[in-house]
Design a protein around this ligand. Sequence first.
Ligand code: NI
Length: 258
Amino acid sequence: MLIDSHAHLEMKEFDPDRSGVIERARAAGVDCIVTVGTNPDLSRKALSIARRYENIYSTVGIHPHDAAGADDSSLDALKKLAQDPKVVACGEIGLDYFRNLSPREKQTEMFAKQLDLAGELNLPVIIHDREAHDQALKMVKASGIRSGVFHCFSGDWAMARQCIDLGFYISVPGVVTFDKSKVLQEVVRQAPIDWMLLETDCPYLAPVPHRGKRNEPSFLVHTARKVAEIKGLAWEDVARTAAVNTRRLFRIAGPVSK
Ligand code: NI
């Protein structure tokens, strides 16, 4: 009944044992995985994985880290890939003012262009926002896009409230299991479960008790359990509601519970 709303199965970290990772996810009750592109080549690879597995979907996007090397031909490549019905969103796109691996002007340019592209393609967006909350919100508001998710949510509850008011979901990563993640835990406490997704962001950010290892979708249960503990709910209910939310956002049909 779990859905991993944000994985990177296409990344090279999974080249040695991808099919085993996917099999372990299924065995751990992860019914569906959205694997998220970060540039045109990896978006193509993500789609090729999605086409091989019924319960894997993919997205197309240029991550802010990859914005420096992108141009209009990269956007054309995304547009072509997005014609495939297994592509369910434009992402991940956004701003990263923490690592600044691309110049900020280039990040804002590619973010704005991809918000427009999502509108043109009628796709929801997956937003990466690190240390750029005000600018990211401002650009989302200006774009008119009202369907998407702030992935790996890193703002406070006031910011989460603004995202939800705009019609955006907030996605909770394994970081919530870390003792020091008090702000995220408070967001989870306050936010309505109807506006929450769960994600691994694997191969990054493995939850406790796997912290420091390569993350994978089968570890999602630890995040669901932590959210349940914080909210005083059964973890199965958290998993089911987050799965329904994910299917609604990405328009993925199918049963979510047994
Ligand atoms: Ni990601």
